[in-house]
Design a protein around this ligand. Structure first.
Ligand SMILES: [Zn+2]
Length: 329
């Protein structure tokens, strides 16, 4: 029934599940596809602005701040909006009206409006089934370091360290009248928006972030861990330099196996191998939501006769994962 042996990284991941206090570091790939990915934000923000329906007559003189420009995927000043697409379009000798229009709107939105809309977009409608996080109910006393700000992890597993803070949930946003607030920020670009304590926006991390009490807690949990598992986390495409250094410093001091679970784990795997001078850094290429569902499934159904089911079995999980992928197409 199962032809290929499961990869070693999967066996180690499942072993980490059975050992108490393994550390799981969760990035955007861990919340996918429940939470919007970064690349979906610009078009949704522009769409919100368009639906608002009133725009300043001239482009704003103040450039977007570093976080807002990162969210909008604008490399430098506002005129570079979607510069890559623009370049390609120009090569084709016709700049599409849609891109031109988006560019016009992007030059008229304030950083505060971008951030307020982002907060709402990142606050997900809570799903009833969320294997990405529910799977941790099967792990032995996991230590979860969450870099996602969507607050989903807390809904399914108590005892999460939210290293980058969280956005308010939908109910709170609605009771705060968030939509009206967005309208005000879109209409009056000089207004300052609300600040959410502890929340880290996309963009380069403040280097003092590792002095926060949550990082002190993380340090102690790392010390106790037998395994460190990075799930869907590329350190914000290396924006999260402080968190990266924090983790690598610890791994150099108290070496332990690291497993990188991601759709493209290899670059980060090699980078960490080099940084911490360890050969015990493994990569496992997988869709986390599907893998998590496979792990949950195999606690209920076994796929081969000799399976003991006393602990998560790599052969069964591997089989189940493949079957789920095939079903999802
Ligand atoms: Zn099995």
């Amino acid at each position: 029934m199962v032809n290929r042996p499961p990869p070693i990284a999967l066996s180690l991941l499942l072993e980490a599940f059975t050992l108490p206090r393994s550390v799981y570091v969760l990035g955007a790939g861990a919340s996918a596809p429940t939470t919007l990915m970064m690349q979906q934000l610009p078009s949704q923000i522009i769409d919100r602005f368009w639906k608002f329906g009133a725009f300043p007559a001239h482009p704003l003189s103040l450039p977007l701040d570093i976080n807002a420009s990162r969210i909008m995927n604008i490399p430098g000043d506002r005129l570079d909006y979607r510069s890559e697409e623009l370049r390609i379009k120009r090569q084709l000798d016709s700049l599409s009206e849609e891109i031109q229009f988006e560019q016009e709107l992007a030059s008229r939105i304030s950083s505060e409006a971008v951030k307020a809309i982002t907060i709402r977009l990142l606050s997900p409608e809570p799903p009833t089934f969320c294997p990405q996080y529910q799977v941790f109910q099967l792990a032995q006393e996991p230590s979860i370091f969450n870099l996602n700000v969507d607050g989903l992890a807390w809904r399914f597993y108590r005892g999460v360290l939210d290293l980058h803070g969280t956005v308010p949930d939908r109910e709170l946003l609605s009771s705060l009248g968030w939509n009206a607030l967005e309208d005000s920020l879109l209409e009056f670009p000089d207004l300052r928006g609300p600040s959410i304590p502890g929340l880290v926006y996309p963009g380069p991390e403040d280097l003092t972030i590792t002095q926060r009490p949550t990082y002190r807690g993380a340090e102690q949990l790392l010390f106790c861990a037998h395994y460190v598992v990075l799930i869907g986390y590329s350190f914000g495409r290396m924006d999260d330099v402080a968190t990266y250094k924090f983790l690598c410093t610890h791994l150099r001091r108290t070496p332990k196996p690291v497993i990188v679970v991601d759709l493209d784990p290899w670059d980060l795997m090699l980078r960490i191998q080099d940084e911490v001078k360890s050969t015990k850094v493994y990569g496992f290429r997988a869709h986390w939501n599907v893998l998590a569902q496979a792990i949950i499934e195999t606690t209920r159904v076994r796929h081969h006769k000799s399976c003991s089911m006393s602990r998560p079995c790599p052969t069964c999980v591997s089989y189940s994962y493949q079957r789920l992928l095939d079903r999802l197409g």
